[in-house]
Ligand binder design. Structure first.
Ligand SMILES: [Zn+2]
Length: 142
């Protein structure tokens, strides 16, 4: 389960709409709670490193950008708990590419953006054996 507030969910949707028809991506910065839950404290937008055409359906975060985000989180006593990205004109479910480039433990939030408007938003967690993603419940706080 991952907890976000409405402001963070709206930031993810707005980023997806702003970068349409390309994929947006960013980090989810917060805490791993002792009960296995994750709490997002803030979203951290980063640019999509892929070339124009590929940006439409796959995201890539450069290692230096991930490191910068991790440093930013650590300075605040927080962790990177997951990633978000958009699927322009595609459902908010992980692609095969997403599965091949994900790690267990993290949350992967995907927002579907249809014709420039954010629609479904789901969170996914990878099965420990990396065989598939499972849907993760989003707890929406205030
Ligand atoms: Zn994807």
């Amino acid at each position: 389960m991952i907890a976000l507030d409405e402001k963070q969910l709206n930031e993810i949707r707005a980023h997806g709409e702003a970068d349409y028809p390309y994929e947006c991506c960013g980090l989810l910065i917060g805490r791993f709670e002792s009960d296995g839950r994750k709490t997002v404290i803030e979203t951290y937008a980063i640019s999509n490193a892929r070339e124009e055409e590929a940006k439409r359906n796959r995201f890539l975060i450069r290692p230096e950008e991930l490191m910068r985000g991790e440093r930013y989180a650590r300075e605040r006593g927080l962790d990177v708990v997951g990633f978000y990205h958009s699927h322009p004109d595609h459902p908010a479910r992980p692609s095969q590419y997403d599965l091949e480039h994900a790690w267990p433990t993290y949350s992967y939030i995907i927002v579907s953006v249809r014709e420039g408007r954010a629609e479904d938003l789901f969170s996914w967690e990878m099965e420990a054996d990396r065989s598939r993603f499972n849907s993760e419940e989003i707890l929406e706080g205030k």
